[in-house]
Design a protein around this ligand. Structure first.
Ligand code: SAM
Length: 286
C-alpha cells in the first residue's frame, strides 16, 4: 500500500525495493540528456556502425547513444533500469520513425532474457557504471557480446576536475553516507578497477584499452538555470538537495553548484551554457 492506502502498482513497488532503480526514476534524466545530444552523436560516429550491426546500449537512458546508432542503420536494443526512461526512449524512437530501435527495462547486473553472445557491439555510456554490482555488470556485458565483438564504456573519473565528477563530489558531500558495502560508481573511472572486473569476466588484459574523451553539455539558459535542471531532475542532485534541506544547508549546496557551473561554463553567450566533461572511454575486444 502507498501513503494514500491504494495498493501499489508493480512498477512503484519494484522501485521501492530497489534503490538503484528508484534513484534514476526519481527525476527525469531526459532534461539533462537533452543537453548531451551533440556529444552522443559525435561519440557514436566513432563506433564504425554499419547497417544491421547488432548494438546493445546498456543504461541507455532515453537513447542519447541508442538513437544515433539506429539512425546509422544499427539494429539497437536499449536496456535501462528506469521505466520512465525506457518509455521516453521508445517514444523518441517512434518519433524518429526508427523501427530498428527499441528500449526495454532491465538491470545491467542481471540482464534476464537477453541471450548470450547476441550483440556485435555493447555500448554503455555513463550507464552500467551506476549498477550496484560492478563485477556482475562486467560479466553480463561480456556474456551478451559475441566472440569478435566489442564493448565500449564511457565512465566518469573520480576526482577529475571537470564537470560531472565535480557535480557528484559536491552532491555526495551533502548526502548521507551510502550503506555499508556500497561500491562507488566512480571506481569505473579507474583503469585498474575496470581491468580487474573484465579479467574476472574472462577477458585478457591485452584486450582492454583506455582513452580520455570529452562530453560537452550544451544548455540553452544560464549556468544558474542549468543548476535548476540538476536540482529538479537529476536523481543524485535531487537527493543532495533533499538532504541539504533537512540539515538547513540548501543555500550552501546551491551556491557551491552555481559556482561550479559558472566556473566551468565555456559559452561566450549570456543565454547559453556549454560545459565540457572528461570521461574514461573503455574499449574491450572479445
Ligand atoms: C547518467 S544516465 C546516462 C544515460 C544515457 N546512457 C545517456 O548517456 O544519456 C545513467 C543511466 O543508467 C541507468 N542505470 C542505472 N543503473 C542501472 C542498472 N543497474 N541497469 C541498467 N541501467 C541502469 C539509469 O537509469 C540512467 O538511465
Amino acid at each position: 500500500m502507498n501513503a494514500t492506502g491504494v495498493p501499489m502498482q508493480t512498477t512503484e513497488l519494484r522501485s521501492k525495493l530497489n534503490p538503484n532503480k528508484a534513484l534514476w526514476e526519481k527525476g527525469d534524466f531526459t532534461r539533462i540528456a537533452e543537453t548531451m545530444r551533440e556529444s552522443g552523436e559525435a561519440l557514436v560516429a566513432k563506433f564504425g556502425i554499419t547497417k544491421g550491426l547488432k548494438v546493445l546500449d546498456l543504461g541507455c537512458g532515453d537513447g542519447t547513444t541508442a538513437i544515433p546508432a539506429a539512425k546509422r542503420g544499427a539494429d539497437v536494443l536499449g536496456v535501462d533500469i528506469a521505466a520512465n526512461l525506457v518509455a521516453a526512449g521508445n517514444k523518441r524512437a517512434e518519433d524518429f520513425g526508427l523501427g530498428n530501435c527499441r528500449f526495454q527495462e532491465g538491470d545491467a547486473c542481471d540482464m534476464k532474457g537477453v541471450p548470450d553472445r547476441s550483440f556485435d557491439l555493447v555500448v554503455s555510456i555513463f550507464g552500467a557504471m551506476f549498477a550496484p554490482k560492478p563485477f556482475d555488470a562486467a560479466k553480463e556485458m561480456v556474456r551478451v557480446t559475441r566472440p569478435g565483438g566489442r564493448i565500449v564504456m564511457g565512465n566518469w573519473i573520480p576526482n577529475d576536475p571537470t564537470f560531472v565528477a565535480q557535480v557528484l563530489n559536491v552532491s555526495s558531500a551533502f548526502t548521507p553516507p551510502p550503506p555499508e558495502g556500497f561500491v562507488s560508481p566512480m571506481t569505473w573511472g579507474v583503469e585498474s578497477s575496470v581491468t580487474e572486473r573484465f579479467l574476472a569476466a574472462g577477458v585478457p588484459a591485452a584486450k582492454i584499452s583506455f582513452a580520455r574523451d570529452t562530453f560537452t553539455f550544451n544548455f540553452s539558459g544560464t549556468p544558474e538555470d542549468f543548476v535548476g535542471q540538476f536540482k529538479n531532475y537529476y536523481g543524485p542532485a535531487m537527493n543532495a538537495f533533499e538532504a541539504a534541506e533537512k540539515s538547513g544547508r540548501t543555500a550552501d549546496l546551491q551556491a557551491q553548484l552555481e559556482h561550479l557551473f559558472k566556473a566551468q561554463n565555456k559559452s561566450s553567450r549570456k543565454d547559453t551554457t556549454s560545459i565540457p566533461a572528461t570521461f574514461l572511454r573503455v574499449a574491450v575486444a572479445l
